[in-house]
Each structure stands twice: as C-alpha cells, then as structure tokens.
Design a protein. Structure first.
Length: 386
C-alpha cells in the first residue's frame, strides 16, 4: 500500500515511464454528498499493480501531474465518475484518457458493457466480482479486497491494445481518439450552479409555474447546504418534505414545523433559510433556465415522423457498421437536430462534429433538407443513407 507522498511520486514516475497505465478508484458513498475515496489503483503494462491508500495521502500533487500528463495514457472503465473523484482529490485536468467501456461501442460491443463482461469477451479473463459493497476506507484491507482492487487495473493495458487493434482493423482508431477528447473538457469537472437547474424530486409532477419556482429555490438552497456540509441532500431536506413545502406552503417562517423528512431540530435551525427560499421562489427571483431544447421554429405536425425516421436511419447505419447507436445521441438530441435543420449551428450539435459528422451526421442533415435519400440495403435489410 502506498501511504506517503514520496512513494506516490515514485509510482507516478514509473507510470510515466511506462507510457500507459490502468487507473481505478474504490470509494464509499452512503452518508456523504461527495464520495469518500478509499483507494486509487494503478496497473502497469506488465500486470503489476499498486494500491494507493487514499486516507493516508496528504499531498496529491504527484497524481495530479500524472492525470494531466498528455504523454501518458490513463486507462479507465466508465471513466467519468472516477475522473470526477480524482479531480476533486488531486486537481489536474485529465489528459490522454482511454475509456475501455466507451471505446467498446466502436468495435461491435455495447458502449455500456461491464468490465467483467468485456474482459471475458476480449481477453477470456473472468473476474470474481465479490467486493462491490466493501468498506474501502476501513483498514486493514482483506486479501479478497486487495485482489479485487488489483484485478480492476491488472489487464487495463492489454484491454486497450485489444480494443485499438480491432478499431484499427475497422478504420476507427482515429474515431476513438477523437471521442476520448470529451474527458478533457473542463466543464465535466466543475460543479454546476443549482440556480440554473430544475431539481429532480420524487413526487413533484403537476406543479404550477410558481410552485416550480419555489421547488427550484428550495432545491438550490438544499443543494448548496448539502455540498457545504458534505451530507446527502435528504439529510438537509427530504424529497417528501420539499414537495410538501411546495404544495402546501407555510404562511410564515414560524409556520414551518417538523414534518416527514424534516426533523424538529432541523426545522428550528433552518426555518429562516427555508422561508427565504420559499419567498424567493414566489417572487420569481431566479435566473432563466438554460435552453437545453431546440431553438428556432416551433414543432410542426410532422416533426415526430422525421425524428423517428432519423432514429431508424441512425440505428440502421450503426447496426451495419457494428457501432453502438447510443454513441451517436439520444432521442432528445436527435429531436433538437431535426427541429433546427434550417440554419443549424454545428457548435450546438455534436452529431455534426468530428467522427459523428463523418459517420452519419452530415448524411442525415442532407436527408432532412430533402437533398439526400434513404433506402433498404438488399443484403443487410437495413436502412442506409445516401
């Protein structure tokens, strides 16, 4: 176990010399807002692994240097959550990331495949996934925990080489490299201002506009307090209590009492803040929500048919070329694409950028503008654009 900054620096030095290493994290996440990091695993090309004892490390700067090193490949599986945890722990904007899960969608596999299934499929390696609910902060670790943690990165380099070998044979190596740049976007690692989001709250359907504003204001206050105290949102104010305050609002701060999901102590301590949030929502003192939907003309009677046609075309092309359709975009993205065809702004639509534009986005745009055509391939029986 790596327990000092000096030893961590040596691990990072050897990782950079290797040129490519597997990286993974183990954490617990039950009574905190942020995950509590227990381990960071590093896997070298020769199969050797190092386990970094996260609670023992005081200075994470060596790991920050590794994560931001553009010359060393960091291989993760389902990378975004681990990258967020590591960025919060050590800083260092990730560079040169390879996601074995996402890249699998380019070589005939699912872009959401599990690590154990991917290893079994490509390397004939079977993992015993027995420690998924372990306490990764408690010490000492058991032999089973250590083996589980090491196995998550032991085969990372071999897995990357196998995937990239398949991608190169299919002419998609550059596509994967293009896709991996998404992990270098700094916006992935900054916390969003809750004022600009509609909170997801169970039981909050069928609200008036004013009630929605109160929900936003209360949700934003709850979010910021949970972050500041590093406790789950529900420990500040449960969804049940939040919905009750929205649908049956008090007439004054003094009327805020203990209820389901709001203890007497919490009601007493937060009464003033809760009332301020309710008043803020009632007064509409909130910024406009970002427009994540389409811009331009309102939907016409035939737009849903064009969306269905676009989705069918994308699926047909993906099936023919063994690419996971989920990599292209979801229904909401395709709908916005369809509704903004006239005067479309490529900066708003990833389907027109990089490999997506080359693969299907430009052809789909021509089709929707009436300049292209769609037909059924007689051999594959799949839709194809031309």
């Amino acid at each position: 176990m790596i327990t000092t900054t000096e030893a961590l620096a040596d691990v990072v030095r050897r990782a950079r010399e290797a040129g490519a290493v597997g990286v993974d994290t183990e954490f617990i996440w039950d009574r905190t807002y942020y995950p509590t990091l227990g381990l960071v695993q590093i896997g070298y090309p020769d199969g050797h692994c190092e386990l970094i004892d996260a609670p023992a490390i005081e200075d994470w700067s060596p790991l920050a240097e590794l994560m931001s090193d553009p010359d060393t490949v960091k291989i993760l599986h389902d990378a975004q959550q681990d990258l967020n945890i590591l960025y919060r722990a050590c800083g260092g904007l990730p560079k040169n990331i390879f996601d074995t899960q996402r890249s699998s969608g380019f070589v005939g596999l699912s872009a959401t495949i599990s690590l154990s299934e991917l290893l079994k499929t490509l390397l004939k390696v079977r993992l015993a996934k027995t420690e998924t609910r372990s306490d990764w902060v408690a010490r000492p670790l058991t032999d089973a925990q250590i083996k589980y943690a090491e196995d998550d990165v032991r085969y990372s380099v071999d897995l990357m080489l196998k995937i990239m070998g398949k991608a190169e044979a299919l002419g998609r190596k550059e596509w994967i490299q293009d896709e991996m740049k998404i992990y270098e976007d700094v916006s992935n690692y900054s916390e969003r201002d809750p004022d600009y989001e509609m909170p997801r709250v169970r039981g909050s359907g069928s609200l008036t506009q004013q009630q929605r504003n109160v929900l936003r204001a209360l949700g934003a206050w709850r979010e910021l307090k949970a972050r500041r105290r590093n406790i789950p949102r529900g420990f500040v104010l449960s969804d049940d209590a939040l919905v009750s305050l929205v649908k049956r609002p008090p007439n004054s701060a003094e009327d805020i009492r203990q209820m389901k999901g709001l203890s007497e102590r919490s009601a007493e301590r937060n009464r003033g803040h809760i009332w301020e949030a309710i008043e803020r929502g009632r007064n509409g003192d909130l910024p406009e929500l970002p427009n994540h939907k389409h811009i331009g003309p309102s939907p016409d009677d035939g737009y849903e048919a064009r969306v269905d046609l676009s989705l069918a075309s994308i699926k047909g092309m993906c099936l023919a070329d063994k690419i996971d359709p989920a990599l292209i975009g979801n229904r909401a993205e395709v709908t916005a694409f369809v509704l903004e065809v006239e005067g479309i702004d490529p900066s708003r639509h990833r389907m027109l950028r990089g490999w997506r534009g080359e693969f299907c986005g430009n052809a789909l745009l021509r089709l929707l503008k009436g300049e292209g055509s769609i037909s059924i391939d007689p051999e594959s029986k799949l839709p194809q654009l031309s």
